[in-house]
Write a protein that binds this ligand. Structure first.
Ligand SMILES: Cc1ncc(COP(=O)(O)O)c(C=O)c1O
Ligand SMILES: N[C@@H](CCSC[C@H](N)C(=O)O)C(=O)O
Length: 418
């Protein structure tokens, strides 16, 4: 991984995190993230409460020689800067960059790689991430090792002097596997400090986990999910603490033009302000749905359940379980009937939305993974993924139970409250 070749001009320099919520005279009390996500100060001359949308491609300069802060929206835009500084504050980062989608974030990170580099990634991971890694392995002369990241040694035994990137998801999408991010990071850094450890934190959001605190180099998220929360925009965010790394990532964003558009920055900023209330409700609904499904006899994958094999580990890293769970029925056709029988649960990819969603990963979000590879990685074809929203928990269980009973996967008594 070369650190040269980035020719960054001064106007590319980082927006630092936005100031924290003001405290009463001299207090050093640290506010909780729930407070920080709603407090912002707009820099505009009218002190607008909501940041203005600078819907412009270009910015005029005072003269031909004195350049202002902004010249062209691909390189920078005040609405994007406002969003990025706000995100840096809540993601405990020195710098955050907002881009066109979660995959765009991953693409920017992947462009740090050079031919011959090696990547270690999970054997359960989002289908689109798998697709991009496969593309790089096929066309970019990158060696990708997919390993079971729940076992630390599976990661460390693949480390070589060519390992340029270790890419972690926890919980994974869709098998909800947990990996020990702090230990893996420590061991990787001990053996090869220059290897970049990146975490896809989409399933947790900054509200439940802040992996930069574990010493990882990069945290990225699909802001299409919890951060925005309404499935009305695509966005990705990349958070770093190291200035040089931030500059290299920014170079690619400016060079390729994937910075988030001003209107989407504004929409994302609006969504972030309600993250805590949405996330907490979705999470408590998910806990309820998971418990009722488990009580009905299903094998449920959710880190909020004590039966989860890495339950204890998860709670050493995170403050919440998230709102995505998955379960099996033992039969693909039965799973299809359940998905099609639900009425409140929209049949849709994605998660982190106010609405509850139901899907079959092997046919939808993870269909781009070769069926043979899915089989080898033990991704069950009958797996149903539930992405829980903020509706009434009892309504959600009733609707799901109705679909499950109608599909013949359980008797009505299984859903009777004990
Ligand atoms: C865990 C995870 N990471 C990244 C992405 C990519 O995000 P986006 O759809 O915003 O490109 C997704 C879903 O698409 C995802 O589920
Ligand atoms: N057709 C899309 C599928 C997107 S899946 C979105 C989301 N990450 C999820 O897990 O549901 C594609 O091919 O990428």
């Amino acid at each position: 991984m070369s650190s040269e070749s980035t020719n960054i001009t001064t106007e590319a320099f980082p927006p630092s995190p936005a100031p924290s919520t003001p405290r009463p005279g001299g207090s050093t009390k640290k506010y909780k993230i729930e407070t920080e996500i709603v407090y912002t100060e707009s820099p505009d001359q009218y002190r607008s409460s909501s940041v203005p949308i600078y819907q412009t491609a270009t910015f005029k300069q005072a003269s031909g020689t004195e350049m202002g802060e902004y010249d062209y929206t691909r390189s920078g835009n005040p609405t994007r800067t406002h969003l990025e500084r706000h995100l840096a504050k809540i993601m405990n980062a020195n710098r955050v960059m907002a881009v066109a989608s979660g995959m765009s974030a991953m693409d920017v990170i992947a462009r740090l790689l050079r031919p011959g580099d090696e990547v270690i990634a999970g054997d359960d991971l989002y289908g689109g991430t798998n697709r991009l890694l496969k593309y790089l392995a096929t066309n970019g002369d990158i060696v990708v090792h997919h390993v079971d990241t729940t076992v630390v040694e599976r990661v460390t035994e693949k480390l070589t002097d060519k390992t340029a990137l270790v890419l972690l998801e926890s919980p994974t999408n869709p098998l909800i596997k947990i990996c020990d991010i702090p230990t893996i990071t420590k061991l990787v850094k001990e053996k090869r400090p220059q290897t970049i450890v990146a975490v896809d934190n989409t399933m947790m959001s900054p509200l439940a986990m802040s992996p930069l605190e574990f010493g990882v180099d990069i945290v990225y998220e699909s802001a299409t999910k919890f951060l925005s929360g309404h499935h009305d925009l695509m966005a990705g965010v990349i958070a770093v603490n190291d200035e040089e790394l931030g500059n290299r990532l920014f170079f690619t964003i400016n060079a390729t033009g994937c910075g988030l558009a001003p209107f989407d920055c504004w929409l994302l900023m609006r969504g972030i302000k309600t993250l805590a209330i949405r996330f907490e409700k979705a999470q408590s609904n998910a806990q309820y749905v998971a418990e009722r499904l488990e009580a009905a006899g299903f094998k449920v994958r959710f880190p909020g359940l004590k039966s989860h094999p890495q339950y204890d580990l998860h709670w050493t890293m995170a403050t919440g379980a998230g709102a995505v769970l998955s379960f099996e029925t033992g039969d693909v056709e039965i799973s299809e009937k359940i998905v099609e029988g639900a009425r409140l649960w929209g049949i849709s990819v994605s998660f982190g939305c106010v609405n509850s969603l139901i899907s079959m990963p092997c046919k939808m979000s993870h269909a781009s993974i070769d069926p043979e590879v899915r089989k080898a990685r033990a991704l069950p074809e009958d797996l149903i993924r539930l992405c829980v929203g903020i509706e009434d928990a009892e309504d959600l269980v009733d609707d799901l139970a109705h679909a499950i009973v109608q599909a013949g996967a359980a008797k009505p008594e299984a859903f009777e409250k004990k």
